[in-house]
Design a protein around this ligand. Structure first.
Ligand SMILES: N[C@@H](CCC(=O)N[C@@H](CS)C(=O)NCC(=O)O)C(=O)O
Length: 235
């Protein structure tokens, strides 16, 4: 039995982490039996979540978890699509994970009002005496990571422009399809759902949610994915 370590529901989402939402959708798509456990980031095997424990084999990173489900459990995330649409799906996944993700992290963690609304609560388990120090250390690490990645050097208007390009590209690729690539869900949908739902979350003060909601096909898609993969998750 697989144990899946995610963040658990937060911010009106099935998980605080889009990578955890993605991974749980992949697990559900695969049909493999699993149980969920709340991850303690201090115990994360590579310092990042999510991860899984499959009978003692630890697999970290949502991309490697997908690979594990395919190679060890015979999961098929192709959705039955040809290689070309699958290639488009992979490119869209990386657009979400390596680009939109960072702008969303910047918005959640480095805008003080959003940090106070959400991420600050992650520090509740830290003893009160050292909490301010730990918080300051994590924020400074994150600021450095965002600066290194590049997002930290952009003006708000530039970030909005880039999110608009990314969101509209996904909406245009999806068109009238029920899922990203056509009438059937594929592995790419786990990612697209995780990251678009996170970007759209009205829990945070953000200009990005409106960009997602401005595209009716994305709004319908988020509702469809949520009712199919997280029917019990009510917010
Ligand atoms: N490539 C990884 C990325 C995972 C990731 O960045 N997780 C974030 C949470 S959304 C994390 O654990 N960050 C903690 C850190 O970087 O210290 C995946 O696909 O799982």
């Amino acid at each position: 039995m697989i144990t899946f370590y995610g963040t658990g529901p937060a911010f009106g989402l099935p998980h605080a982490s889009p990578f955890a939402i993605k991974t749980e959708v992949l697990l559900k798509m695969s049909g493999v039996e699993y149980r969920s456990a709340r991850a303690d980031i201090r115990k994360a095997p590579r310092g990042k979540l999510p991860w899984i424990d499959d009978g003692g084999k630890i697999v970290t990173d949502s991309r490697m978890i997908r690979h594990h489900l395919e190679t060890v459990h015979g999961a098929d995330f192709s959705g039955g699509y040809d290689r070309e649409p699958q290639g488009i799906g992979l490119a869209v996944e990386r657009l979400c994970e390596d680009h939109l993700y960072w702008i969303n992290v910047d918005n959640r963690w480095l805008r003080p009002e959003n940090f106070a609304r959400g991420p600050v609560h992650f520090f509740k388990q830290v003893p009160a005496l050292i909490r301010p120090m730990v918080k300051a250390r994590i924020l400074s690490r994150l600021r450095a990571a965002l600066y290194g990645q590049g997002t930290g050097r952009l003006e708000p208007e530039e970030k909005r422009h880039l999110v608009g390009l990314g969101v509209n590209a996904v909406a245009d690729i999806m068109g009238d399809n029920a899922y990203l690539l056509g009438p059937r869900p594929a592995g790419a949908d786990a990612t697209v759902y995780g990251f678009l739902a996170s970007l759209e979350s009205p829990f945070f003060d953000t200009p990005y949610g409106e960009m997602v909601r401005a595209r009716p096909n994305l709004t319908a898609y988020l509702a469809r994915m949520r009712s199919e993969y997280f029917p019990d998750h009510s917010v």
